[in-house]
Design a binder for this molecule. Structure first.
Ligand code: SF4
Length: 332
C-alpha cells in the first residue's frame, strides 16, 4: 500500500469490516498471536508547561512529587513482581527539578532490574539521549500531540513545549543517538484525526527512510472526554479509531503498535487483534502510584483498571500469548 491508498482508506473509501480482515491478516503474518506487555513508571509530575489537555500542566494545582531513587526502586520491584520486564519511565517537563542526571541515575538502577527500559520524557538534545542510552535506555516514546500547527500553538500556550520544530525533530535525534526503538503518535481528540494520520504516516516514512537501523513504533493515545476537564474538540469514535489502526497496519505491516490503559477493557479486548502488538496493563499515572500508594497528582485517568494478570488471562482466552520479555541487550 502507498500513501495515496492510505489516504483513501482514512477518508472512508473501504468498508471497515473489510479493512479489519486485511489488518488482522497482516498482523498475524508479522507478529503471530503475541502481545507484549509493559508498564509505565511515573517518577515525577513536575512540569513547567501548560498543555491544556494534561493533568500535570503547571496550573493544574495537583500535588507534585518527584521520587527518590530508593522510591523508584521500590516501585520497580512491585512491577517486577507482577511479571513486567519492559518498563516505560515517565516524567513531566522540568529540567531544573528533574534534570537529565537524575533520570540517568534512575535508568542505571532500573536497567539492573528490567530487560528493556524506555523513556517518555521531555525532548533532549542528541547528546542528552546518548547519555541515557549509555545508562541503559533502549526505547524512546515522544508524541507530537498534534501535527496541526495552529492547534499545536493553541494547546501549548506557554513553556518550552511551544517549540513545534524541536519536538518534531526529537525522534530523529533519538535515532541518531542510538536508541533502539522510537515511538511516535498524536493525541487523538486535539484535531481532525484524518489530517493527523496522514502527517504521522509521512513523518514515519521519512524516519524509516533516514534511520533504517532504528525500530519505530506507533501509539494511539486518545483523550477520554469523560475523564478530563479538557473539552475535546475533535472526538474520535471507536470505529474511526479502529479504521486508523487498520489503515496504519496496512501501510506499515512491520511496525509495532502500542495501546494504553486509556482505553476501556472491552474496547482493548476487541481492537488488539487488528494491529496492536504491545499493551500496558495495571497502569498508575502518578509518581508513587504502585507500591508507595502515594496520592500525588495523576496525568490522566485510566479506563482499563484490570490487573496485569487479568489482562494476561483475557489475552490467553482470545488465543494470544502475553509476552513479558522479547528482547535482551547483548552482553558486551
Ligand atoms: S503533556 Fe507533558 S509537557 Fe504537557 S503538561 Fe503534561 S507532562 Fe507537562
Amino acid at each position: 500500500m502507498n500513501l495515496r491508498d492510505f489516504k483513501k482508506i482514512i477518508y472512508g473509501e473501504r468498508e471497515l469490516s473489510e479493512l479489519m480482515v486485511s489488518a488482522r491478516k497482516e498482523t498475524l503474518k508479522h507478529f503471530g498471536r503475541t502481545i507484549q506487555l509493559y508498564a509505565p513508571l511515573y517518577i515525577s509530575n513536575e512540569c513547567v508547561n501548560s498543555c491544556v489537555y494534561c493533568g500535570f500542566n503547571r496550573c493544574s494545582g495537583i500535588k507534585r512529587s518527584t521520587l527518590t531513587i530508593e522510591q523508584i526502586i521500590g516501585e520497580a520491584k512491585h512491577l517486577l513482581s507482577e511479571g513486567f520486564q519492559h518498563l516505560l519511565l515517565l516524567t513531566g517537563e522540568d529540567q531544573v527539578k528533574v534534570p537529565v542526571g537524575y533520570i540517568r541515575e534512575a535508568a542505571v538502577e532500573l536497567k539492573k532490574m528490567f530487560t528493556s527500559l524506555s523513556i517518555e520524557i521531555y525532548p533532549l538534545t542528541e547528546e542528552g539521549y546518548k547519555t541515557l542510552v549509555d545508562a541503559g535506555v533502549d526505547g524512546l516514546t515522544i508524541y507530537q500531540e498534534t501535527y496541526h500547527r495552529p492547534t499545536y500553538q493553541a494547546v501549548h500556550p506557554d513553556g518550552p513545549k511551544r517549540d513545534y520544530g524541536w519536538r518534531f525533530a526529537s525522534p530523529a535525534r533519538g535515532a541518531r543517538a542510538g536508541i533502539r526503538k522510537v515511538g511516535l503518535g498524536f493525541l487523538l481528540g486535539l484535531y481532525d484525526w484524518r489530517f493527523e494520520a496522514v502527517q504521522l504516516a509521512e513523518h514515519l516514512q521519512s524516519l524509516l527512510k533516514n534511520y533504517w537501523q532504528t525500530q519505530f513504533q506507533v501509539s494511539f493515545p486518545r483523550i477520554n472526554p469523560a475523564e478530563t476537564a479538557y473539552q475535546v474538540k475533535h472526538p474520535v469514535g471507536d470505529d474511526d479509531f479502529l479504521r486508523l489502526v487498520c489503515a496504519l497496519r496496512l501501510l506499515f505491516p512491520e511496525i509495532g503498535f502500542a495501546l494504553s490503559t486509556r482505553e476501556r477493557a472491552a474496547f482493548r479486548d476487541r481492537i488488539f487483534q487488528f494491529g496492536i502488538t504491545q499493551m500496558s496493563a495495571g497502569s498508575k499515572t502518578s509518581p508513587g502510584g504502585y507500591a508507595l500508594a502515594q496520592k500525588s497528582g495523576k496525568q490522566f485517568e485510566i479506563a482499563d483498571a484490570r490487573t496485569p494478570r487479568e489482562v494476561s488471562r483475557a489475552l490467553r482466552r482470545s488465543g494470544y500469548e502475553p509476552v513479558w520479555k522479547d528482547w535482551e541487550r547483548e552482553l558486551g
